[in-house]
Design a protein around this ligand. Structure first.
Ligand SMILES: Cc1ncccc1N[C@@H](C)c1ccc2c(c1)OCCCO2
Length: 116
């Protein structure tokens, strides 16, 4: 099993807010454009324009596989989702608006969970 016993307490403590905020993001009404990797057959230009794609499922896998060595690495991947969204989508498009809404939700929730 992927037990947490083998992870140093410090790291385990570090990553608890990451799991919490990821759960909150995934269950947010505006998360729908970001739950899974953008389908490159549906959006053939996406990988030309966006060099480092990111999505919430990928972040969840990295978290579960202990690929994040710090909170900062986790936060960078979350912000990458929203930066990619701004690069590819008009601000007033449905996806663009969802990105702005979810970014504000993330930054607010993250501050509450970590500066507590
Ligand atoms: C975050 C993002 N950035 C750029 C393009 C797509 C996406 N997300 C994907 C999941 C998506 C969003 C909107 C969509 C869509 C799929 O299905 C095709 C029909 C129109 O609605």
């Amino acid at each position: 099993t992927n037990s947490t016993e083998s992870i140093p307490i410090r790291l385990n403590k570090e990553l608890a807010p990451c799991r919490q905020v990821l759960d909150d993001l995934e269950s947010h009404d505006e998360a729908w454009p970001f739950l899974l990797a953008v389908n490159t057959k549906q959006f053939p230009t996406y990988r030309k324009v966006i060099r480092n794609p990111m999505d919430l499922q990928t972040i969840g896998k990295r978290l579960s596989q202990n690929e994040y060595k710090s909170r900062d690495e986790f936060v960078s991947d979350v912000r990458l989702i929203f930066d990619n969204c701004e690069t590819f989508n008009e601000d007033n498009s449905p996806v663009g608006k969802a990105g702005h809404t979810l970014r504000l939700f993330f930054e607010t929730r993250w501050a509450d969970l970590t500066s507590g």
